[in-house]
Design a protein around this ligand. Sequence first.
Ligand code: PGA
Length: 244
Amino acid sequence: MAILAANWKMNGSLALVQAFAETKMHFAHSAHELLFFPPFPLIQALQQAFEGAPSLQVGAQNVSQYEAGAYTGEVSAAMLAEQGLSHVLVGHSERRLYFGETNDIVAVKALRAQAHGLVPVVCIGESLAERESGQTFRVLNAQVQALAEAEVQLRDGLLLLAYEPVWAIGTGLAASPAEISQVHAHIHTCLAELVDESDSTISILYGGSVNANNIEAILAAPHVAGALIGGASLKVDEFSRMAV
Ligand code: PGA
């Protein structure tokens, strides 16, 4: 069983929620664990749409680094937990790129999530320039190290990692299964150095141009626990084919 996480980003509407509601029993019988990350205003509607299908989990795409108070426009981990959410995306490359989220901010957000019983799905990955200059492992090490230094609990069940090379997101150019396996193996090695070996079994998802045609090969690659899916998760038909 793999974890398939649908990241709707700033897309979707009540009509899309309705379309997923109509396909809910198909999703409920998926061999995979399904997580949905709609935009904030659609969270409650999607939860209601999935009533009676407890295997379908809903999460948020972002959480504030602050606990509570005068932070206009922010949503706290406590609010997400009260809403009954299980997971939250943290440090997606779009958050890092467009909203200035540094490794340290990402780590604080992961801490806040864990403090409220949410599982942060922490996204890491290198840009094209970093890959081409041979910096991939150095960048990933720094991203993982920042989590460890902030004392984020790097334990299976308390955190998920998503390896999302920036050059593969939304480009139609997914990393190859061999490239993904190599990087995931490296991340596991990095984790093993940072945490007690017995705890370094964190599941690592791959994200970046995953679709119905390439998902099988990606999920079959060693060290891949699942996929974080953007564009293809907005198409009910295509996502249904992936979530068999
Ligand atoms: P994509 O996005 O599947 O559209 O490439 C993945 C992501 O950004 O999580």
